[in-house]
Ligand binder design. Sequence first.
Ligand code: CTP
Length: 415
Amino acid sequence: MLRSSPLKDRTIALGVTGGIACYKALELLRLLTAQGAQVHVLMTEHAQRFVTPLSFETLSYHPVLTDMFAPAAEKTMKHIWLAEQAEMLVVAPATANILGKFAHGIADDLLSTFFITTRAPVLVAPAMNPAMYQHPRVQENIAKLRQQGVEIIEPEYGRLAGPGEGEGKGRLAAPERILARIEDRFCPKDWQGITVLVTAGPTREALDAVRFLSNPSSGKMGYAIAQAAQRRGARVVLISGPTHLSPPPAVECIRVTTAREMYDAVMAHLAESDVVIKAAAVSDFRPQTTAPHKLKKEEMTPTLLLERNPDILAEVGQRKGNKILVGFAAETEAFMANAWKKMERKNLDLVVVNDVGNRTIGFGSDENQVQILYRDRRQEELPRLPKSVLADLLLDRILPLLSHPSREGACPQIS
Ligand code: CTP
């Protein structure tokens, strides 16, 4: 069974206040509805000067609430209904004005009244001129809201809206970042109390100061798993080869370059881990010698002498104990036969089989199509999925293995 988005059918109130970043709220709305959320938009009077309610109505498929004193009884009832039904209030962008009203309980329009009426958790994404954002009154209001349990999604550094105004902190957080924080809040915390060690990305084996052996792994799969596990409450140690990705927030990330460095990092964190997920594409060989300088052509021979790197996963398999071990099998041919052999050879609980020959999935792409092999010889074929969705799905498959009776007492508290 495929897991659906944690936002599916959630009722979310989206408050939009007046600032140039209003147009980004449309993108946030689009992302939320794409995840299946039911979004009801409340716009302040100033927000309507930047973007029309019709745009939000068109994207949300719901009427937009703008006026507390709207004549139609239906409209007045709607905001009371929403205050009771909303499972979250998200305000993006939030001006200095609305922060001040929220912090001091001033309720003089629909959104500020809604804030003190609803009991739903509140996420606020401020956006304003950097000088305003840094003003002590604004910072005091933000501190006060945090104390009251409101989650603040900090603005970002960037160019200001006006021509020639330079840079500063005040830009609305990227809609994807706001979406991630909303998803976090709705995610089940079913991995709480579990420590997961994830490896990701390629390793590099230097031939000289500027050349190396490696592979095209982007690290996306491992990072997606790390993020999903962290979101679901796990403590995550991510051991990453060289990638361009930023580690997910609250994940302990250890950067390594070579297979031997990855080996050392994995072994150093093995004892504390309940689950080890080895999504990294480790170089099996390294050059026998590494020159500290750039080799000149004349110094090189047409034949490279290589030596074996440690097989990290096989080594972990030998010291497995009660841990759950998940390996990836990157194959281009005889998929299943090779993958079953890897399971035996490396003593794994689960193998994720990847067709790395197909460049539209696997290495570097945002999607992946895999088969999962289980120790009891079951085999599951999954459809092509975004790596973020696949990550959650793998965690769904691993969780029951952790609570297997043979592991009783091995894992602290699984709720
Ligand atoms: N792996 C590892 N250390 C290595 C090589 C691989 O830990 N030196 C891990 C990978 O992270 C992956 C699994 O082993 O989870 C399988 O990797 P893969 O490259 O598919 O297989 P290999 O074991 O390298 O075997 P082969 O190259 O013969 O397919």
